[in-house]
Write a protein that binds this ligand. Structure first.
Ligand code: SF4
Ligand code: SF4
Length: 353
C-alpha cells in the first residue's frame, strides 16, 4: 500500500507541559526547554498543503496542547479545512478552556491512568486527579464525549478493573494504551498484556491487540520493518520543521517555510520513506502513535487486529451509547461520586481510593 497518501499529521504545537509524568521525556529534556509555541500562520499554511497531500487527521499534541494560547484558533482552522481533529490533555487546563474548544475536537482524550487519586497523581507527577474528574463533568455538561486514555504500566495494570466499570457507567470509551519504554522502569510485561486482553470485549473498552502482537514479536524488525511512519504520518515541530523519520528519533529536521508539498515530493523524503523502520534506532521499536497509522499500510494480522479495534470503537461511540442514553443506562452524577461508589462496591477486592 505504498501508494497511499499520508493519513495523519502529528502537529507538535508546544513542548511545554504542566505535568511531570515519569514515563515522558518532554518535560525534563534540555532539548525542549526555551522553545517557542507554534505560530498560527505556519499552522494555516501547513494545513492547507497537508490537505493537498491527502492528510485526513490532525493530532494537535505536545507537551500539553492546551498550553498553546491560541489552541481554539488552530482547531478552528483545521476544522474549516475539513480535517478530523484529535487532542489529548492532562486536564489541568481543560475546565477553563472547554467552552472555547467545544465542538472543535473530534477525538478528545483525557489522560486517566488510575481511579486511585494517589496513584494517578503519582503517575502524572502533579495533583491532577480532581481536575480530570472536574473535566469529565464539564465535558459532559457541554455535550462532549471525551475518551479516557489509560496509559498502562506494570504498576497500574490492575486499574483496568475499576476503570472499565467507570467507563461503562459514564458511557465513555476507555482507550487502553500500553506505555512504550524509553529505557526507564515503565513497561508492561507479557503476562500483564494477557491479563488486559481478558477485558477486550467489556463494553466501552478499546484494546488494540495489534499493539500487543507487536510487543510479543519483539517490536519492529530492521530487516523486515513493520513501521510505515514516513508513509503514514507527517510530523511537524513547534518551530516549523518537518521531523524525519519520527518525533522520538528524528535525525533530520527540514525547515518548512511554506514548502511542505515540495519537501514531500523531494528525493530526500522518498529516501526516508525507503529507510523507515530500518535505522539502527528502529530495532524493537513499539511507539504506539506511529504504529497505529502504520498498521493501515500493509494487509496482515496487524492490519486486521487494528481494524477490529476501530470497528469496536465506532460501535461503542456511535451505536451502543445512543441506546444506553435512550434506555437511561448511563450515570450522570458527578464523576467523583461514581468513583467513590465503585470503590465502595469493590471494597473486598483490595481497591482503595
Ligand atoms: S502530560 Fe503528556 S506531555 Fe506532559 S509530561 Fe505527561 S506525558 Fe509528557
Ligand atoms: S524509531 Fe520507531 S517509529 Fe521511528 S522510524 Fe524507527 S521504527 Fe519507525
Amino acid at each position: 500500500m505504498a501508494f497511499f497518501p499520508p493519513l495523519l499529521l502529528h502537529y507538535y504545537i508546544t513542548y511545554h507541559c504542566n505535568c511531570r509524568c515519569p514515563f515522558c521525556d518532554i518535560w525534563h529534556s534540555k532539548l525542549y526547554s526555551n522553545t517557542t509555541n507554534t505560530r498560527v500562520n505556519d499552522v494555516k499554511q501547513n494545513l492547507i498543503q497537508a490537505k493537498k497531500l491527502g492528510v485526513k487527521f490532525v493530532d494537535f499534541t505536545g507537551g500539553e496542547p492546551l498550553l498553546h494560547p491560541k489552541i481554539n484558533i488552530l482547531l478552528k482552522i483545521a476544522k474549516e479545512l475539513g480535517f478530523r481533529t484529535s487532542l489529548t490533555t492532562n486536564c489541568l487546563l481543560y475546565p477553563q478552556k472547554a467552552e472555547t474548544i467545544k465542538g472543535l475536537v473530534d477525538f478528545l482524550h483525557f489522560s486517566l491512568d488510575s481511579l486511585n487519586k494517589i496513584q494517578h497523581d503519582d503517575l502524572r507527577g502533579k495533583n491532577v486527579f480532581n481536575k480530570v474528574m472536574h473535566s469529565i463533568d464539564t465535558a459532559r455538561t457541554l455535550g462532549e464525549s471525551p475518551d479516557l486514555l489509560y496509559t498502562v504500566t506494570d504498576q497500574n495494570v490492575d486499574q483496568i478493573i475499576p476503570l472499565s466499570e467507570f467507563a461503562k457507567r459514564l458511557g465513555l470509551i476507555l482507550i487502553v494504551n500500553p506505555v512504550f519504554s524509553n529505557g526507564n522502569r515503565h513497561t508492561v510485561s507479557f503476562k500483564n498484556l494477557k491479563f488486559l486482553e481478558k477485558y477486550q470485549f467489556k463494553p466501552y473498552v478499546y484494546i488494540n491487540r495489534a499493539f500487543h502482537r507487536l510487543r510479543k514479536n519483539g517490536g519492529n524488525r530492521k530487516k523486515n520493518p513493520r513501521c510505515r511512519v514516513v508513509s503514514s504520518t507527517l510530523v511537524i515541530s513547534p518551530d516549523n520543521y518537518l521531523l524525519l523519520p519520527c518525533f522520538h528519533f528524528n535525525n533530520k529536521k527540514i525547515v518548512i517555510k511554506n514548502s511542505l508539498l515540495k519537501i514531500y515530493n523531494s528525493q530526500e523524503f522518498k529516501e526516508y520513506k525507503h529507510k523507515q523502520g530500518r535505522f539502527d534506532f528502529c530495532a524493537n521499536c513499539v511507539l504506539n502513535c506511529y504504529f497505529d497509522p502504520s498498521f493501515v499500510y500493509k494487509c496482515d494480522a496487524y492490519f486486521f487486529e487494528s481494524l477490529q479495534a476501530k470497528v469496536q470503537y465506532i460501535y461503542y461511540k456511535h451505536i451502543k451509547k445512543k441506546f444506553d442514553v435512550l434506555f437511561g443506562r448511563l450515570d450522570y452524577r458527578p464523576a467523583l461520586e461514581i468513583v467513590k461508589e465503585i470503590y465502595k462496591e469493590n471494597d473486598t477486592s483490595g481497591l482503595s481510593l
